[in-house]
Design a protein around this ligand. Structure first.
Ligand SMILES: [Fe+2]
Ligand SMILES: [Fe+2]
Length: 217
């Protein structure tokens, strides 16, 4: 089995999937959202950089980006109403909690930990955690894919958007929420979805086959 250097003592990639499995057991909808986000982000990363090692790491960081939601109370994750201030603060802890969970589980890779910690930091430096550094490339990619997936699937507090609607939101957020270069690349990817098998599957998954799962961004 392929080994990665994302862990101390050369532990195998299986350990990373063990962390993801915990999320799958406790918060399946969140885990499925992470998986879809990872799939798109890995693909976008490779198209953008042609770097397999980098895109593999982006994929792995996508799998774990919301791992901190293991610490978020279930009733808050499932809430359909407007969150109170204290509930919102609890939700906004998930990047910090996630980085701690990953570190305790043996993840030492800076790219993966950075994505978990900064995936809600926006391009304009708002977002959270407020003391996080600007996003690096991997985190900028995850941010766009994360938002897109969350918009396209059912959430307790919002109806799913169609692919074109979600694309428009990404476009509107370019330069404020999202890195403009990544947003542009992502939109090019979405608009050329009839060219190859992966993109066809991607488009079909998002446009016409929406599993009735509840997902939180
Ligand atoms: Fe998140
Ligand atoms: Fe997410």
């Amino acid at each position: 089995m392929r080994k990665t250097k994302c862990f101390e003592n050369n532990r195998s990639i299986v350990d990373l999937f063990n962390i993801f499995e915990q999320l799958m057991k406790k918060e399946e909808e969140v885990a499925l959202h992470c998986y879809r986000t990872a799939l798109i982000a890995g693909e976008i990363s490779f198209m953008l950089t042609k770097n397999k090692k980098f895109s593999d790491k982006v994929f792995m960081s996508g799998l774990l980006h919301d791992i901190g939601k293991l610490e978020t109370p279930k009733e808050i994750l499932k809430s359909t109403g407007k969150l109170s201030n204290s509930e919102r603060i609890q939700v906004q802890k998930h990047p910090v909690d996630g980085a701690l969970i990953a570190q305790k589980s043996g993840v030492t890779d800076g790219l993966i930990l950075g994505v978990i910690f900064t995936h809600h930091k926006r391009f304009d430096m708002t977002g959270y955690p407020c003391d996080a550094q600007p996003q690096k490339l991997a985190s900028s990619i995850i941010s766009v894919c994360d938002a897109f997936d969350a918009m396209c699937y059912s959430r307790p507090y919002a109806k799913p958007k169609s692919v074109p609607e979600a694309g428009r939101e990404i476009s509107n957020g370019s330069g404020t929420q999202f890195h403009p270069k990544i947003a542009k690349h992502f939109l090019n990817f979405v608009s050329s979805c009839e060219n190859d098998e992966f993109q066809q599957n991607f488009y079909e998954n998002y446009a016409w086959e929406r599993p009735k799962v509840v997902v939180l961004c």
